[in-house]
Ligand binder design. Sequence first.
Ligand code: DNO
Length: 347
Amino acid sequence: MDDLRLAWRTFDGDDYRRVRQLGIRSVVTALYNVPCDQVWPLDSLKTLWNSIKAAGCRFEVVESLPVADEIILGGPAADALTKIWCRSLANIRKAGVRVVTYNWMLGPDWCRTHWLMLPDGSETLAFDEATAQSDAAIKQLPGWLKNQDDAEFRQRLDQYRQVGADQLWDGLAKFLARVVPLAERLEVRLALHPDDPPWPVFGIPRIITDAAALDRVLGFQDSTANGLCFCTGSLGANPENDLPAMVRRFGARIHFAHVRNVVRTGPRAFYESPHHQGDLDLGEILAAFYEAGFCGPMRPDHGHRIWDEHTDRPGYSWVTRAIGAAYLRGIWETLANDASKGKRRAA
Ligand code: DNO
């Protein structure tokens, strides 16, 4: 049976034995506390690797190596900060990791506007445009923005609202011209995560939102090293995105997959639903991955909150992500079984 390389994201303090106990060996993690103007220390990466290895797992993917806003904007500090990013990339490779995720979201990374209680009493992350447009709501946002509601952050948001999408594209083209040749030499695969959600938030432009955008990114540097992290939940929030078609089209350049489901509740509004239930047909999407010969790491992305599980990181519940992992594994095994039956019949 063809193996699915299931992966699991961890955060500082997580117990890697719990990952191994799920039957998962590929760990996705990062040095979460190194600021963008500092190089990721090789010894810290090696220590991290060793603690993952001690549990019988491997450090398979870095998610993420953050790109400073100044690089995204192509500003005066971009050059020096890109050098630092490259030195971190080299250390990551020296430590033995070959897939590196990053994103091109200016200002806040992914974000949601509120927690939503589902009829069964479980809770999930949700986004709606109207809430995102009210500045007052920012301080209540779950997730990454929670601790960033200060005057400096607000001022940055104001500046970023003046930025045009073209500037972000120019910054990305320059960045890839610098980092892709290095990634090739290092034999590292870069995996750009799409914008989440895939439309402007707080008036800040978002560009990595659809098939045309992914095509443009890959065209900047026609190299395997210049690849994608295909996130079904991010791209799938926009009903215009045909995910199976995108997987078929970009398959060879997808180096990492995040799989989750969403229910779209209106224009630019959705909530994160259980993996097995939502507007996305994960069976069809995984079939596209399977047919494309995908053999990279794939992780169950966000889960909702059941059984009152306490999670420090919104979206990263262990219970529902574990259910998601089992679901993905089941679909994949069915695809592999069907394929081998088909082959036997043809023989
Ligand atoms: C959300 C994640 C993102 C992702 C980065 C990748 O849970 O998928 O935060 O790690 O955007 O750079």
